[in-house]
Design a protein around this ligand. Structure first.
Ligand SMILES: Cc1cc2nc3c(=O)[nH]c(=O)nc-3n(C[C@H](O)[C@H](O)[C@H](O)COP(=O)(O)O)c2cc1C
Length: 440
């Protein structure tokens, strides 16, 4: 199954349109940005689907439309419950629908839950305050496995949810061992419940790789190609491949997944981590009977890493898969509307949240929606497609940055901005000189 990306960005959109010099924006701000590529429309449009032509810019009084259509799935907003504890049973998934999440991805299920044995404690947090005090939670490690609930139970809950919420999007996250008939049996049984799509967990970094599952497949392109082949031969609903960031080049498995028939890519799963060592006991955290094992890192601290990986995948999809209707789901450290907007600006169709829900509850979606709307109103965007992928063209190589800077300096010879060369640093003005070269 397949989607597309086509990036174009019509002149007159709600963003500032500077041409290398200061220009007042519609809202009175002044920005200096590289020239916008006129005639370039930034979005990853779903193949053959509408809602791709509108542009922000004339909709100052229009209420922003947050709805998205992805791989044929209609969602009221792009905010999706990411696979994990927030999608672990009927009660919590129902809660997510009631609170207004755009879609729900279940906790990952497999055929034999009895093989899945979780331990407690299984989480550890990184808190950062000023001057070394323990403050805000910015990082979260888990050594939780996939669902340990019987598959039959999970399936009956999926069915019940789809009966009660036929118009809402329920996506089953699935994982199996390296065995074609097991994968295909799981797909058949899960699809029978009426779920709208499948997300394949090729990315769990702990526990499951010991059984040749999860990241063990996502980190091996040959295995991935074979397993995606089995999956896409069987699946009749859209398939998203969830990628692990624990690889050298995330575009390689993403490319394999799309080439072998997946409709979309989701990134990222957690980053392999060790949260820390207790300096009293000298034992690692989270500590289970005195021992630990490396786990998966999530929450705010992983957001920049996730943006980097999503940007790389989006660039690859844009250049190699063009307008074929593939989708991209951004995941990692989302707690605010701004965090989510960043993924959308890189070309993501949807944005998943897992740890954010564990910390702030299901009502978080109201804040995300409000903040997304505020952003859209500020820029006069009336739909997500008006700005999706708009920031992607502004990633380039370092060599190109050097060339652009050289040209820009030549153009504004009279305006001295930042240091022209390292010999200009001084001791007294060091902090100010540093500030003069910071962009945000
Ligand atoms: C406690 C916990 C359990 C998770 N379980 C799963 C899982 O079963 N399947 C899966 O694909 N991802 C799982 N994840 C990964 C999340 O879906 C997500 O990819 C990752 O945590 C990054 O997003 P976040 O910062 O919003 O949590 C889990 C994450 C956490 C924190």
């Amino acid at each position: 199954m397949a989607l597309s990306m086509s990036l174009s960005y019509a002149a007159g959109g709600g963003v500032c349109l500077p041409s290398g010099e200061s220009q007042p924006c519609r809202r009175g701000r002044v920005q200096i940005l590289p020239p916008l590529r006129r005639g370039y429309r930034g979005s990853f449009a779903v193949r053959g689907e509408s809602g791709f032509g509108g542009l922000g810019g004339d909709g100052g009084n229009v209420e922003p439309d947050l709805s998205v259509r992805v791989n044929g799935l209609q969602m009221p907003n792009p905010f999706v419950i990411g696979s994990g504890p927030p999608g672990t049973n009927y009660t919590v998934m129902k809660r997510a629908f009631d609170e207004g999440w755009g879609a729900v991805i279940s906790k990952t299920v497999s055929l034999e839950a009895s093989k899945v044995v979780n331990v407690t404690p299984r989480y550890a947090r990184l808190r950062v305050g000023s001057n070394g005090t323990k403050g805000e939670i910015i990082g979260w490690e888990n050594i939780e496995l996939i669902s340990d609930r019987p598959l039959e139970t999970m399936l009956s809950e999926f069915k019940r949810l789809k009966e009660e919420y036929p118009d809402r999007i329920l996506i089953a996250s699935i994982m199996e061992e390296y065995n074609k008939s097991a994968w295909q049996e799981l797909i058949e049984r899960v699809e029978e419940t009426g779920v709208d799509a499948l997300e394949i967990n090729f990315s769990c970094p702990h526990g499951m790789p010991e059984r040749r599952m999860g990241a063990a497949v996502g980190q091996d392109c040959a295995l991935l190609e074979e397993v995606c082949g089995w999956i896409n031969e069987k699946a009749t609903v859209p398939v998203w491949a969830k990628m692990t960031p624990n690889v050298t080049d995330i575009t390689q498995p993403a490319r394999v997944a799309l080439k072998t028939g997946c409709e979309g890519v989701a990134a990222i799963n957690t980053i392999m981590s060790v949260m820390g060592i207790n300096l009293e006991t000298l034992r690692p955290e989270p500590c289970v009977e005195g021992y630990s094992t490396p786990g998966g890192y999530s929450s705010k601290a992983v957001h920049p890493i996730a943006l980097g990986k999503v940007m790389q995948i989006a660039k690859m999809m844009q250049s190699e898969f063009g307008d074929k209707g593939y989708s991209l789901s951004g995941i990692g450290g989302v707690e605010t509307g701004s965090d989510a907007v960043e993924f959308l600006l890189l070309g993501a169709n949807t944005v998943q949240v897992c740890t954010g829900v564990m910390m702030h509850g299901y009502g978080l979606v109201r804040k995300l929606r409000d903040e997304l709307k505020d952003f859209m109103r500020k820029h006069n965007f009336s739909s997500i497609e008006d700005f999706r992928g708009a920031s992607l063209p502004y990633f380039t190589t370092h060599t190109d940055l050097v060339r652009r800077q050289r040209e820009a300096i030549e153009q504004r010879k009279a305006i001295k901005k930042g240091l022209q060369s390292d010999k200009e640093w001084t001791g007294d003005g060091f902090v100010k000189e540093t500030e003069s070269m910071v962009s945000n």
